[in-house]
Design a protein around this ligand. Structure first.
Ligand code: C5P
Length: 205
């Protein structure tokens, strides 16, 4: 069984995908981490992500980087949304995601284009959303819990900028797959969101 979970930043898709993976005993891939790893490599090599497209696309990273806590920072997330607009970067990560999705027994993947590009054949597709203000509030508390001092307004502005880049790009933009189930987590607790997600998957498989 392949489960695709897509949605914008801080919508709750990662938490839901991890819970679904636990529930069904499936391996899980947070595909955002792959783009974040490319972004961090670009940062370390001091490349210009908007101009040096070929060099950015050629950025190979060591898998140990995927465990780096620095990958979760807001700055790396912003840069990830710039590098991920390059079709060559997307192409370089495509096979790895496809292979993960098609391992024996199935998998859960979360990202922006899982149900549309990586695994359009997925057995169940969820599109998770929440209002920008609620997503900003969640991200703000999370960042503060980790010691960051960024303001709510800055977090909201960053979320809006990332939404615009992820939805406006030509290569694999963030769009809801027509055959996906919509899950709005704006007014749901984590437990409620997970319960609904499981019910939606059950209705599809
Ligand atoms: O999900 P996360 O916030 O970690 O993703 C970071 C960035 O990577 C996103 O803003 C998006 O631009 C990009 N991304 C993508 N396709 C995916 C997953 C993430 O373009 N499947």
């Amino acid at each position: 069984m392949i489960i695709a979970v897509d949605g914008p930043a801080a919508s709750g898709k990662g938490t839901i995908a991890r819970a679904l993976a636990r529930h069904y005993g499936l391996p899980h891939l947070d595909t955002g981490l792959l783009y974040r790893a490319v972004a961090m490599t670009v940062q370390r090599l001091e490349l210009d992500a908007t101009k040096e497209a070929d060099a950015v696309a050629a950025c190979d990273f060591d898998d140990s980087l995927l465990a780096d806590p620095g990958l979760r920072s807001d700055a790396v997330g912003q840069l990830a949304s710039v590098v991920s607009a390059h079709p060559l970067v997307r192409a370089s990560l495509f096979q790895r995601q496809k292979r993960f999705a098609h391992q024996p027994g199935g998998a859960v993947l979360d990202g922006r284009d899982i149900g549309t590009v990586i695994a359009p054949e997925a057995d169940a597709k969820l599109f998770v959303k929440a209002t920008p203000q609620i997503r900003a509030r969640r991200r703000h508390s999370e960042l503060h819990a980790h010691g960051a001092t960024i303001s709510y307004d800055k977090v909201l502005a960053d979320i809006r900028a990332r939404d615009a880049r992820d939805s406006g790009r030509a290569a694999a933009p963030l769009v809801q797959a027509p055959d996906s189930a919509l899950l709005d987590t704006s007014f749901l607790t984590i437990d409620e969101s997970v319960r609904r997600a499981i019910a939606l998957v059950e209705a599809r498989v």
